[in-house]
Write a protein that binds this ligand. Structure first.
Ligand SMILES: Nc1ncnc2c1ncn2[C@@H]1O[C@H](COP(=O)(O)OP(=O)(O)OP(=O)(O)O)[C@@H](O)[C@H]1O
Ligand SMILES: [Mg+2]
Length: 611
């Protein structure tokens, strides 16, 4: 077979539909999204919570009002008959306050947890639809941080920001009303500094927001480091890299700490600005009002009343300004969550009518001039392949030739940039995605095991598998051999990523999954490479039986494994350079013959293996 000619300009990879490529959404967009998606439907609940808060707040006012009859009527006026009433009223005010506070705190905690859970669920569902490339650009730790950390930061909106806005907002309005009532001119003079606040607050707000985003990024970086360290812990220990990794982690934490402290200081400085303005206002009123009092236009009592209202106003006002900082940091998280949800899945359901899924007998697999690059470097360069239905086709070739990538594209974990892949003559991109993936049973080069029982790892959610069928599969994949020796047999947990099993045992679990899944197309990527010679030959027999009458694609470095394939395709640097059966290819004396000669020249390497 002629190598496919090199494409002249290599097709550019699809534009990055990625997190960093997005422009920053306006706050209006973010808030609108949060409102429509998570808040609007709970408006009644929210209002009820805020009313309870107001009730809690007003009980302090009621208490202060009760002080007056306590003194004037009872203590001074000597009306002993009223003691019981006033005492009961004061106690009642505190009971109402306690109950209202308990209820609204619980309500807001519930709301916050609910919204966080909803958001995390939506994020995970979305993430699971994204492609291969996305997960290579975004390490698990960073994604975990986005799903968990940023959702949590948002939850603070409901437990910290919103309640304070409600409480302090009510206080500010009430006290401002009182101040205006006493003297509207004094009030205006006192508030003269507020416009001066606007510019610095706007600037601070931007800074806090930016550093807030930075803090989230560093936090994600720290999670990524931890994730990598724990996954690679044995490599680190064996190479004595503990101190090195520790120092790297410390540097990331250092950056995070700096950003975090700056965010908090920035938020706090907004509150301090409010203090400065209050000081200015107070001084001005003192000068202006003082003159009026001296001139006999105003009374000292009026001034004291105004001063009290104004002094009480400062605290909620400053707390509201500081909340702006908390709001900005929550927005920073909201921005990141929103950006993640905006990443468009590249592997999508076809837009038009679905092509019917191929019948078992017509599962011929074709690659026609397929070009593919994970990033900029082309991996498949005009790759052609025909794997006949019901036959076994082997892919061989040097490491990095693109063999696994062929499986990646066939199962649509990524789509090619040019060319076409068909099954039964129909483009796989026109088929229902779930249906397409249901056509394959795969033993991948690095099949994932989950921290569940051995049984769950094999069944992988399959329903209604009879005990006899399961036994048959376990025997064929030689899982029974080691399962019976495990402390709890099939119910033994296999540890994170199957770490409690040996490499060969994990591979046998992956094979048993494929055996159990009675799919029309079988994809085996180095399926038996980790097995000892005896198990390999036994498992190979089971796989051979399974592949009978099924379209099978096998990748193997050990040529002895593929010798009996109906067709062998030799891949080099993303192209098919040779194809034919074993005898033909050996006779041709090309790439395959050279690979073969190399392997069989190694003394005792392959000849010893039974076939
Ligand atoms: N996620 C990825 N991002 C970027 N490049 C990748 C990715 N996966 C694979 N590659 C590159 O694509 C090329 C082909 O990889 P592939 O896994 O298909 O090779 P292979 O033929 O299966 O090799 P092996 O025999 O070692 O398993 C390699 O050069 C590799 O560096
Ligand atoms: Mg591979």
């Amino acid at each position: 077979m002629q190598p496919h000619p090199l494409p002249q300009p290599a097709p550019p990879p699809a534009p990055p539909e990625d997190l960093e490529a997005q422009s920053r959404p306006a706050d209006r967009v973010l808030v609108g999204w949060l409102w429509r998606g998570h808040v609007r439907q709970r408006l009644v609940f929210l209002i009820a919570g805020v009313l309870l808060m107001a009730l809690e707040g007003s009980m302090l006012g009621a208490f202060s009002l009760l002080i007056e009859p306590l003194f004037d009527q009872i203590l001074v006026g000597g009306r002993g008959d009223m003691i019981g009433w006033v005492a009961a009223a004061i106690a009642g005010a505190f009971v109402i306050r306690a109950v209202a506070s308990l209820i609204h705190k619980t309500m807001f905690a519930w709301l916050s947890e609910k919204v966080m859970a909803e958001m995390q669920h939506a994020l995970l569902a979305h993430l699971m639809r994204l492609d291969h490339g996305f997960f290579h650009r975004h390490p698990p730790g960073a994604l975990i941080e986005r799903v968990r950390g940023d959702s949590k930061a948002l939850g603070g909106l409901f437990t910290a920001v919103l309640p304070k806005v409600a409480r302090d907002g009510v206080s500010v309005v009430a006290l401002l009303g009182a101040a205006l009532w006493i003297d509207w001119r004094w009030t205006l003079i006192a508030l003269i500094g507020i416009p001066l606040l606007i510019l610095p607050i706007l600037v601070l707000q931007r800074i806090v927001r930016r550093i807030g985003v930075d803090a989230r990024i560093y936090s994600a970086e720290a999670s990524t480091r931890l994730d990598e360290i724990f996954h690679g812990i044995f490599t680190i220990q064996r190479s004595g890299l503990e101190a090195h990794e520790g120092a790297r982690f410390q540097r990331v934490l250092g950056r995070f700490r700096k950003a975090q402290v700056r965010t908090i200081a920035g938020s706090a400085s907004m509150g301090s600005l409010a203090d400065l303005v209050a000081a200015l206002g107070f001084a001005l009123v003192l000068v202006y009002g003082g003159a009026q009092i001296l001139a006999g236009e105003r009374t000292v009592g009026q001034f004291m009343a105004f001063f009290t209202a104004f002094a009480l106003l400062i605290e909620p006002l400053r707390s509201l300004s500081a909340l702006n900082g908390a709001w900005q940091t929550a927005l920073a998280s909201l921005e990141r969550v929103y950006a993640l949800l905006q990443v468009a899945p590249r592997i999508t359901q076809p837009a038009g009518p679905l092509a019917p899924l191929p019948d078992r007998r017509e599962t011929v697999v074709r690659f026609e001039g397929v070009h593919f690059a994970y990033e900029s470097e082309p991996v498949l360069r005009g790759f052609d392949l025909v794997a006949e239905a019901g036959r076994t086709t082997a892919l061989v070739g040097p490491s990095g030739a693109g063999k696994t990538t062929v499986f990646t594209l066939l199962t649509r974990l990524a789509d090619p940039q040019a060319g076409r892949i068909t099954i039964g003559g129909r483009d796989i991109r026109a088929m229902d995605l779930q249906g397409l993936r249901g056509l394959f049973a795969v033993v991948a080069q690095d099949s994932a095991l989950f921290d569940e029982t051995l049984r769950d790892n094999i069944l992988m959610g399959a329903q209604g598998v009879s005990a006899a069928r399961l036994r048959e599969v376990l025997d064929a994949a030689h899982v029974s051999d080691f399962a019976s020796a495990l402390p709890e047999g099939l119910e033994t947990r296999v540890g994170p990523r199957g770490s409690a099993l040996s490499g060969g045992q994990r591979q046998r679990v992956a094979i048993s999954r494929a055996l159990l899944r009675d799919a029309p197309i079988l994809l085996l990527d180095e399926a038996t490479s980790a097995l000892d010679a005896r198990s390999e030959s036994l498992v190979q027999q089971a796989l051979d039986r399974l592949s009978e009458g099924r379209t099978t694609l096998v990748i193997a470095h050990r040529l002895a494994t593929v010798r009996r394939a109906d067709k062998i395709v030799v891949m080099e640097r993303g192209q098919a350079v040779e194809e034919g059966d074993h005898a033909t290819l050996i006779a041709r004396g090309g790439a395959y013959a050279r690979l073969h000669a190399l392997q069989f020249a190694e003394p005792g390497a392959v000849e010893a293996r039974p076939e």
